[in-house]
Write a protein that binds this ligand. Structure first.
Ligand SMILES: Cc1ncc(COP(=O)(O)O)c(C=O)c1O
Length: 354
């Protein structure tokens, strides 16, 4: 608290990212990073970035990258927006479509950045409780509100909803923006990008941090009607004209040219996820059905806080939220087979010691 900060800054509770501990012995399963490197084509494109393109400002509209993403997703370039990670896209979308409107609906258990943006932008949150099995009660969303946002699959539960159910929601809610955060859709959810032509109030955000292994580069995209994309551009150009640097633009373009590689890595992650789920269930863990690159698990004695601390001592980092609703649960990112083996070995050791 200081007299020099504004009242707003004095009362903010910022988002707390997962710990970025480094070291060769650390098994890092706490921030949903991809355990595999980006495609060789991406590394080559980064190496090929010319001194001139570093000396100059990047293309403020990322035209080539947007054209590439449009071609990939079968939309037009004016239906694509790119930003410095999808966190930035979400922040710009909250400013463009939700600030100053009626309360914004999102699930009570969801991406913890949504309430932070609401706080920053003075948007009233209207949180919708999940069903008791942690599924999203889609039919309870909508009606009188200033907009709707949720991740599909949801985070941290990892549970996905069907495209047909999202379409019903869109049919019933045409007057405010519906923002679907598809950060983890590559790992098993049905995308709704192909619905943007039919629903001019639909925004789909995507990240290249997870499925495309580029969390360190910071690249996200939004797909929507040209009218909504223009809204995002107006906010961006009132804030930061060059959010996507020249290196990220080149790498983003290259990443869309190596589909075979990404399909393989995603397939491996899904196989590891299913295997880990089986092993944990056999040990009495509750594991929610995951369509993401992480699993949400509750240990047999439900003491997730203790397990989190014990794993941490063994240099195995997972995510834990110390609040009433989530205190019995851990979110575990799917790593390589070898990392998951290390996790299982430590869990076996901890359980055998009681
Ligand atoms: C649901 C969800 N949306 C968006 C993001 C932001 O991803 P990025 O800013 O790396 O694109 C994350 C990151 O963890 C997330 O979990």
């Amino acid at each position: 608290m200081t007299q020099y900060w504004t009242d707003l800054v004095n009362r903010l509770t910022p988002y707390t990212p997962g710990e970025q501990r480094s070291g060769s012995d650390v098994v890092k399963l706490n921030t949903n990073e991809n355990p595999y490197p980006p495609s060789e084509l991406v590394l080559q494109a980064i190496a090929d970035v010319s001194p001139d393109s570093l000396r100059r400002y990047p293309d403020p509209q990322s035209s080539e990258l947007r054209k590439t993403l449009a071609g990939y997703h079968n939309v037009t370039a004016d239906q694509v927006f790119v930003g410095n990670g999808s966190d930035e896209i979400l922040a710009l979308a909250f400013m463009a479509f939700f600030k100053g409107k009626a309360p914004l609906q999102f699930p009570e258990i969801s991406y913890s950045f949504y309430p932070v943006y609401c706080d920053l932008l003075n948007i009233t949150p209207h949180m919708i409780p999940l069903n008791s099995d942690f599924t999203l009660p889609l039919t309870q969303l909508g009606g009188k509100c200033g907009g709707i946002v949720f991740p599909n699959p949801n985070a941290p539960t990892a549970i996905a909803v069907n495209k047909s159910d999202i379409e019903k929601l869109l049919q019933n809610n045409t007057s405010t923006v519906v923002l679907i955060d598809e950060a983890y859709a590559d790992f098993g959810a049905e995308s709704v990008i192909d619905l943007i032509d039919r629903y001019p109030n639909l925004v789909v955000s995507r990240t290249y941090s997870k499925g495309r292994s580029m969390a360190g580069l910071r690249l996200g995209a939004a797909f929507a009607s040209a009218e909504l994309i223009e809204g995002l551009r107006r906010v961006k150009d009132s804030f930061n004209s060059y959010p996507v640097d020249a290196v990220a633009q080149a790498a983003g373009i290259a990443s869309m040219g190596d589909e075979t590689y990404y399909r393989e890595t995603i397939k491996k992650i899904i196989a590891t996820r299913e295997h880990t789920t089986e092993l944990l269930k056999a040990q009495g863990y509750r594991v929610l059905p995951s369509a993401a690159n992480f699993i949400f698990v509750s240990p047999p004695d439900r003491d997730a806080a203790r397990l989190f601390a014990e794993l941490n001592k063994e240099d195995i980092l997972v995510r834990y939220w110390n609040n009433d609703q989530l205190k019995h649960w851990l979110r575990i990112t799917i790593g390589t087979d070898s990392e998951m083996k290390q996790l299982m070995a430590v869990l076996n050791k901890l359980h055998s010691h009681g």
